[in-house]
Design a protein around this ligand. Structure first.
Ligand SMILES: Cc1ncc(COP(=O)(O)O)c(C=O)c1O
Length: 407
């Protein structure tokens, strides 16, 4: 039995009242999730007991820290079903992972006239790096349309694929509409024309089972801070053969084997892509967040957030001014973006915040998607394991109150 109220008690941040006396209703997990006490404790324990730089020292503490750093890599390897821990690169986050691929893989694989396919669902992190590649190389970006209910138009996507397609970069789950995309189908079609796929799993990894081998993903990126972990770290998965073929992205310490005055010799994977001192404590604490999620079970998490989204749709259907964008509840994650007739999303968010309800307003780093929807901005509520039906009711009540203030 999934007990969100009990789960919520594991999250100290969520026990607060805000603006004097309003219990905090946190509906902004799509921006960043909160940390359970066990993750906070793990960070404290690491900094109090085992912290030292990794892969460098010849002393007890550094050995301990290095062993835990590599254990974290092994944990992620298993979590996403990678073949080897050499395929797991610690990055700063999803954005850094995508930029690494766009810079490094594209250097020897994309030239003028080649085509890069993106979808209208993408976050700027999976758009701008590819626009930069196109600007540098003369490659062309082709956009896969979405349908009116916010799903990738698969027919249109497949019609774009051809022998010039070198990359298909797409999200597993929209950070605005919550749409869950048919990842396996998109990858199979891309591979049929020998294109490489970059999967943005930032919004998917917290509630969808991911098996990179089963999906046959070439590259896949995500961030720890959207799955109960610390901010400042993320994962780039890449097939070993691809990562081995790529030049390093950043140069510096750790990514070399030998340096002379004239030259350098690269370190083996994955160190080749981990120049400089990494965010050590966040990496070491990350397995605790993964364990917490796995103990609850991704299927149960997905069912729980699905029920909250369904309730939101139901309660919003009783608010005539409300319009929800995107697919029906059964085809999306825990994200509901909406507008309210007569109330700007930013004003709405402020009004809700005054009632203790934390949502987000704006373009959510997805301006092309908002252009496609024909709106400059939207309000977004996003749910996770610590949200309850009561939180959804608080949202609906706060929206009604805001309408009565503004309209
Ligand atoms: C779908 C998607 N991709 C990429 C990102 C970027 O993640 P980060 O800021 O952790 O690099 C986000 C963040 O909101 C996202 O939602």
């Amino acid at each position: 039995m999934f007990d969100a109220q009990k789960i919520k008690s594991d999250f100290p941040v969520l026990q607060q009242v805000v603006h004097g006396d309003k219990p905090l209703v946190y509906l902004d997990t799509a921006a960043s999730s909160q940390k359970p006490q066990v993750v906070i404790d793990a960070l404290n324990r690491i900094d109090s007991a085992v912290y030292a730089n990794v892969h460098r020292g010849a002393h007890w503490l550094s050995d301990k820290s290095t062993a835990l750093y590599e254990a974290a890599r092994d944990c992620v390897t298993t979590f996403i079903g990678a073949q080897s821990s050499h395929e797991i690169v610690f990055t700063q986050g999803t954005t850094a992972g995508i930029n690494l691929v766009a810079r490094s893989w594209s250097e020897n694989n994309i030239s003028a006239g080649d085509e890069i396919i993106l979808t209208q669902l993408e976050h700027h992190s999976n758009i701008v790096p590819w626009q930069q590649v196109a600007q540098r190389s003369g490659a062309v970006i082709r956009w896969a349309n979405i349908t009116d209910d916010g799903q990738i138009d698969i027919e249109h996507y497949t019609s774009l694929l051809n022998e010039k397609t070198k990359v298909v970069a797409f999200t597993m789950c929209s950070n605005v509409l919550g749409s869950i995309t048919p990842t396996a189908e998109i990858i199979t079609a891309a591979h049929a024309v020998d294109a490489v796929v970059m999967v943005d799993a930032a919004q998917a990894v917290s509630h969808q089972n991911i098996d990179v081998q089963q999906l046959d993903a070439d590259f896949l990126a995500f961030s720890a801070h959207k799955m109960l972990g610390p901010s400042g770290i993320g994962i780039l998965y890449g097939k070993q053969s691809l990562l081995e073929s790529m030049p390093p992205f950043l140069g510096g310490g750790s990514m070399i084997d030998v340096v002379t005055q004239d030259d350098f010799k690269l370190a083996a994977l994955p160190a080749k892509f981990e120049a400089g001192t990494p965010p050590i404590s966040p990496v070491l604490a990350f397995p605790t967040a993964i364990d917490y999620i796995q103990n609850l079970g991704l299927d149960s998490i997905s069912q729980h957030i699905g029920s909250l989204v369904k309730l939101t749709h139901q309660l919003f259907s009783e608010i005539p001014q409300a319009k929800i964008y995107g697919p029906s509840p059964d085809q999306k994650s825990g994200i509901v973006s909406f507008t309210i007739d007569g109330v700007h999303p930013h004003d709405l968010t402020h009004a809700l915040d005054n009632q203790g309800v934390a949502i987000r307003a704006g373009h959510h780093c997805a301006m092309p998607l908002h252009q496609r929807l024909g709106i400059p901005a939207s309000a977004r509520a996003s749910f996770y394991i610590y949200n309850t039906a009561e939180d959804v009711r608080a949202l609906a009540t706060a929206v009604k109150k805001a309408i009565s203030l503004f309209c």
